[in-house]
Design a protein around this ligand. Structure first.
Ligand SMILES: [Fe+2]
Ligand SMILES: [Fe+2]
Length: 281
């Protein structure tokens, strides 16, 4: 199985010491996430699509692929920085899987009293009418060896999404991003858990996957959304991820520098990935 970080907030660097490679060419980084999974049976599954079509297409080309080469897209949740190239993939007829709530309501983030829309674009919402995704919030195998986590039960008291709002039928409420699901990729040495933003909390996600599957967790990679987390939350998260028993940790996207530094200090299996980085697992 091969993982490639097609889009991330940071540019990646090859690291032969940790078996991280990078295809030649000038990859573009942007705020967002897209991870390509190439299974041992030759299937190409995408977790999310970054913020923009331009960046996604450019980087996909550098790894020698076209949108129509993708077998399936899994959308982790309904934020724009994961939906950018979805219109392009829908127009190419690539099947899309996601939770039934992903495209429901209008999503906002509020900073210093200012609201910013962070949901799907009008173009995407219009395209979805003619190209409906497969909606499911239960754990499900998408292709052999790649499954969804199902909706995440919130167990911890310290992993709480803040600042997010959702407007539905004229009512505005706090948005806990209930729809966010992770992907679980099966390998000989355990499961690789891939997260979009990790809004339900990386400890909640890993705990649920372990309880539901009964499998050993080999690796957690993706956005862990800890860039605004207080120190006590960071420390509790490190302990929780340790207890979940993951061996390798690759924080990306919205994890934030402080959390990434702590993961690097505390996990011998820490991996620094970024846009363009690939690894065989
Ligand atoms: Fe994100
Ligand atoms: Fe998000």
């Amino acid at each position: 199985m091969r993982l490639t970080c097609l889009v991330d907030d940071n540019s990646g660097t090859a690291n032969p010491l940790s078996s991280v490679s990078k295809a030649p060419g000038d990859f573009l980084a942007e705020h967002g996430l897209s991870i390509l999974i190439e299974t041992d049976r030759g299937k190409k599954v995408l977790l999310d699509t970054g913020s923009s079509e331009q960046t996604f297409l450019h980087n996909l080309g550098l790894v020698g692929l076209r949108p129509r080469d993708i077998d399936l897209v899994f959308v982790s949740h309904g934020h724009y920085d994961h939906l950018g190239a979805l219109p392009l993939l829908l127009r190419e007829g690539v099947p899309v899987h996601t939770h039934p709530l992903t495209f429901q309501g209008r999503r906002f983030v509020e900073t210093s009293g200012v609201r910013k829309q962070i949901g799907p674009s009008a173009e995407l919402l219009s395209l979805l009418k003619d190209h409906p995704p497969v909606y499911d919030g239960r754990p499900k195998e998408l292709v052999a060896g790649v499954s969804t986590s199902g909706e995440i039960f919130r167990r911890t008291d310290f992993e709480k999404p803040a600042s997010f709002l959702i407007e539905r039928e004229g009512e505005t409420a706090q948005d806990i991003i209930k729809e966010e699901q992770a992907l679980c990729v099966s390998t000989r040495n355990g499961l690789v858990v891939l997260t979009g933003c990790g809004h339900p909390g990386i400890v909640n996600i890993l705990t649920q996957v372990r309880m539901h599957t009964g499998r050993k967790l080999l690796m957690a990679a993706g956005g862990f959304h800890m860039w605004k987390a207080e120190t006590d939350v960071l420390l509790k998260t490190m302990d929780g991820v340790k207890r979940a028993g993951v061996n390798k940790v690759a924080p990306l996207h919205c994890t934030g520098f402080a959390a990434t530094k702590l993961f690097s200090d505390r996990f011998p299996g820490f991996l620094l990935l970024g846009t363009g980085c690939s690894m065989e697992i």
